[in-house]
Design a protein around this ligand. Sequence first.
Ligand code: ZN
Length: 247
Amino acid sequence: MRDLRVTVWNEFRHEKSHKEVQAIYPDGIHAVIAAGLREHGYTNVRVATLDEPENGLPQSVLDETDVLTWWGHMAHGEVADATVDRVHQRVLAGMGLIVLHSGHHSKIFRRLMGTSCSLRWREAGERERLWVVSPGHPIAAGLDPYFEIPEVEMYGEHFDIPQPDELVLISWFQGGEVFRSGCCFTRGHGKIFYFRPGHETHPIYYHPQVRQVIANAVAWAAPVKSFPFAYGGGRAINVKEPLEALG
Ligand code: ZN
């Protein structure tokens, strides 16, 4: 499982333009997320960023990606529609997608959800407590009943997403809000996990439990090998014929 081909995508803009962010993520948020995955035993992790040709995600890279993680914030609009189309098709074909923090407003997440994906937010360095609400779920493996992050940007309900297929984590914030922080979806053959933590001015992706959740989510979102299915018209199924005869 840990030889899954993982691509960590980051828009990589705050780190270049904001000193405060540079101090926390000198080599970019993607470098720290990738390090967290390697720490958890993933051996096949690459990084890609917005300003590379084809936004770092040409078809050749996507074809060799089992699970893609996505962090973006200030430049969602600069992601080419053709890139969104390619990622969308790969998800429908089975690639896993982990959408992090402000990626909630990315073109790809909004397209996959079909809703505004808007939420309430506040930058006040508040404490967050993330409660595990699906203890038997693979994404919760190794976690305690809850974990805390000392200083975060608050995200609050209502979060305008479709009802998740499974809800793994709910956050409580010092200011009183709650938020669905770990949400599972499927679209086509692909699995999607939205995970809330990750504001650029706090060292969130060094946090051990945050790294644990991302590592767990990558394993959960891995494509499942299945037979090629022939969509479209077909003749009646004769139970005496082998499955290969379908289509
Ligand atoms: Zn943020």
